[in-house]
Structure formats: C-alpha cells, structure tokens
Write a protein that binds this ligand. Structure first.
Ligand code: PXP
Length: 239
C-alpha cells in the first residue's frame, strides 16, 4: 500500500499566528523525502487551513503527487481546472464541521456528480470520490467515470478496539473495497487512521493508497515530520 500524507494541519498551525511558519511547502518536501507517495491538501471554502497560493505552489512543486481535496462547487471546479493538480478528491463540506464528516452522497446526486467530474477528467485530472463504504455508494461511483474511490475509514477508526463494532466496520471496508475493485475502480482509504488502527488495513488487499493527516502532523510535534512519515510509511508499506 502507498502512503499519502495530508498536510492541512501544517497550515492550521501556520495560520494560528498568521505568519509564514511552519511552511506547508517545506513540509511537503520533507514528507516526500521520507517516503510519502503523495501529498493531499484540502482547499476549503472558508480557507481555514490551505490558501489558494499554497495549492498553486504545491501543484508546481509536486507535479504528479498533489491530490487536491475539494468540495463539489463551481468555485472549486474552476480552481482545479486552472491549477490542474495531478488528482482531485471530492468530499462533502459543511462550514460548521471540524473535519470532513461522512462521505459524499454520490448515489443521491449521480447526475450532478457525473456532470461535475466530466470536465475534470477531460482535462486529464485523476478523480477520486470520498464515499462511505456501502454497496450503494460504490455502485454509484462506478457509474460516474472516475478512476478512484476513497473509502471513509472514520467509522472503523472510531470503532477500533471495540471488538464487535470494529469487526463490523472493518467488514464494511473490506466488502466495499472488493466491490469497487470488481467494478474497475481503484481504491484509496482514509480518515481518522493512526499508528495503531492502520495495521489491520493490510488485510484489505485491494487498497492502493491510504491518506493520513492529523496523526502524522500530531506525531511530528514530538519526533519531527520526517520521522513521523517514516514510521507511518513502515506500517503502511509492509505486508
Ligand atoms: N481523506 C479525506 C478525504 C479527508 O477529508 C481527510 C481529512 O481531511 C483525510 C483523508 C485524513 O484524515 P485524518 O486527518 O483524520 O488522517
């Protein structure tokens, strides 16, 4: 499995003082040097962490390794078509949420999502849909023409350590991943993963890449971001 590192919270820390440090661009370089296969940055409507100039600079620096996370809005579509990141991951977005809650309802807005992704795909951008691990959402995603789904691991992460619940959430991921693969989709996964709960995901053989953010940035306070990435890379790539 590959490791994608979400560096949004490097920007959160920078913005806490409104200055220039820590610089997300430098963080991205160190992550790549220490084994990250891609870098994710989420440009939110309220710009609470990443700013437009961060995304432009990251896209230039990373070329084939920037995954731009964004909502399904005209504004974001315009930005993606002008910056042309290597890939985009479409997520639902609510102003009041602390982090992305739940997956995108692709099944409930199939026409809208299909129309939204078409110009992105035509522009050569790889597109991924962040969805809950359900049969219905996976089947809908496969109809839109995108190459990837990213399965939401939040429920699994929350249930980790609670025997029955963990098993149930793990099985949902396993089954959704199998179905997605069978329908020709590549499968990423992420949200709420950490240095403990990530290990079990090796049992899901169809996962291509895990996208992990908060726990890596949190660990980097103690060991540095290079070491934090190295430790996670070891857990993600073995097996
Ligand atoms: N994948 C997606 C689509 C996300 O929205 C997030 C959170 O921004 C992540 C992965 C990373 O989640 P975490 O920060 O909990 O590792």
């Amino acid at each position: 499995m590959l490791l994608g590192v979400n560096i949004d919270h490097v920007a959160t820390l920078r913005n806490a003082r409104g200055g220039y440090e820590p610089d997300p661009l430098t963080a991205a370089k160190i992550c790549i040097e220490n084994g990250a296969d891609s870098i994710t940055a989420h440009l939110r409507e309220d710009r609470r962490h990443m700013k437009d100039n961060d995304i432009k600079a990251l896209s230039k620096l990373l070329k084939t390794r920037l995954n731009l996370e964004m909502a399904v809005t005209d504004e974001m579509q315009k930005i993606a078509l002008s910056i042309k990141p290597y890939s985009v991951c479409l997520v639902p977005e609510k102003r009041e949420e602390i982090t992305t809650e739940g997956g995108l309802d692709v099944a409930g807005q199939l026409k809208k999502i299909t129309e939204f992704v078409t110009p992105l795909l035509d522009a050569g951008i790889v597109v991924s849909l962040f969805i809950d691990p359900t049969d219905e959402q996976v089947r809908a995603a496969a109809k839109t023409g995108v190459q990837f789904v990213e399965l939401h691991t939040g429920a699994y992460s929350n249930a980790f350590g609670l025997e029955e619940e963990e098993e149930e959430e793990f099985m949902k991921l396993n089954e959704a991943s199998r179905l997605a693969h069978a329908l020709g989709l590549k499968v990423n996964a992420g949200h709420g993963l950490n240095y403990q709960n990530v290990k079990r995901l090796h049992q899901i053989i169809d996962i291509y890449e895990l996208n992990i953010g908060h726990t890596i940035v949190a660990r980097s306070v103690f060991v540095g971001i290079g070491e934090a990435v190295k430790e996670m890379k070891k857990l993600v790539s073995k097996g």
